[in-house]
Design a protein around this ligand. Structure first.
Ligand SMILES: [Zn+2]
Length: 332
């Protein structure tokens, strides 16, 4: 599980030429121990995009790869291929604090914004008062109130990720289910109070997510991050005015249903993200992911929607700017 920023060792940290951003607080293997034997080399840089887009969901608090990249490295690599802005999401209490600290620091790259929330699986742990290793955690109300405070700080543009996850936490577990639903509702209220968009994490919980949104009333700008439904669910989301953000898994061979979902709704309410360091697009599936690999996902999005790549980038960028009210315009 996460080590604290103070104890994390980072090769080369002392000789970095750029001002230090806080070092990552956890690594991808903390979440997926089975991945320890995978290829941890960074994939090569793809062809740059003909028009810049924004990665609207990544996790820069995660370390990954055989070569340590810091926040400035990720931002520079992304910019080199036309991904000129990123939103980093803090989804457990350490990552929430890390994200707020990064955004408030002088060394934060100007092209970076963020969002925080108590992730649904974390909500279940806070309700029990302990993490997977049995280490004590603050209570759920306290965690949400910390999120509420930090969302008012500099650089925060979204409440997320929140929602429901019946994959990693069983729906039959009453404490976990209640905690997830309570947290989701609290984040919906927060997004409305702060006038911010909200990013939803929905894993095997499509119907319940829609029910909660309908019961409480969704925030004006509601984004299904890493959209995971089929064409019918995509249509249901689009009809309700929600946005669909596609990640690298839309390129996976076995994800025909995601391409059908995208083809069903077209580009109008669609955005692109990495969810890095996870969900690395084909042909580098399993290797580390970073915003600079978005061109691979954009190629699939353009192809599936029958759109020229440049037009697809322009449309997605305009949608992303509308949703987050940022960045204002492309320089040049
Ligand atoms: Zn995520």
């Amino acid at each position: 599980m996460p080590s604290s920023p103070e104890t994390e060792s980072r090769p080369g940290a002392g000789s970095a030429p750029t001002p230090a951003a806080p070092p990552p607080v956890r690594s991808r293997e903390d979440i997926d121990p089975r991945g320890r034997s995978r290829d941890r080399s960074w994939p090569p840089q793809p062809e740059p995009l003909p028009f810049p887009v924004i990665d609207n969901h990544c996790h820069l608090d995660f370390a990954d790869g055989d070569q340590a990249l810091d926040v400035h490295d990720h931002v520079a690599r992304a910019a080199a291929v036309g991904v000129d802005a990123q939103i980093t999401i803090g989804s457990d209490v350490e990552a929430v604090r890390w994200t707020a600290e990064l955004l408030a620091s002088e060394s934060c790259p100007p092209s970076l914004r963020g969002g925080v929330a108590v992730h649904p699986n974390e909500a279940a742990l806070h309700a029990r008062g302990a993490d997977h290793e049995g280490n004590p955690l603050i209570g759920l109300d306290e965690a949400i109130s910390e999120v509420s405070t930090l969302l008012r700080g500099p650089g925060m543009v979204v409440v997320g990720e929140t929602g429901l996850d019946w994959f990693r936490t069983s729906r039959d577990d009453e404490v976990a289910r209640t905690a997830q639903i309570d947290a989701f509702r609290a984040h919906i209220a927060l997004a409305k109070e702060l006038g911010l968009p909200m990013q939803i994490h929905d894993r095997d919980a499509h119907r319940d997510v829609l029910d909660v949104l309908e019961a409480d009333g969704a925030p004006e700008r509601t984004v299904f991050h890493c959209f995971s439904g089929d064409a019918e669910f995509a249509r249901a989301c689009a009809d309700r005015g929600y946005y669909l953000s596609f990640a690298g898994n839309v390129t996976f061979k076995n994800a025909g249903y995601l391409r059908e979902a995208l083809a069903e709704v077209g580009l109008g309410q669609v955005m692109v993200e990495t969810d890095a360091p996870f969900l690395t697009p084909v042909p580098h599936r399993g290797r580390p992911n970073s915003s600079y690999l978005i061109p691979l996902t954009m190629a699939t999005i353009a192809d599936v929607t029958g759109t020229e790549l440049e037009q697809a980038c322009r449309t997605i960028r305009a949608t992303t700017q509308q949703v987050y009210g940022w960045p204002e315009a492309v320089a040049a």
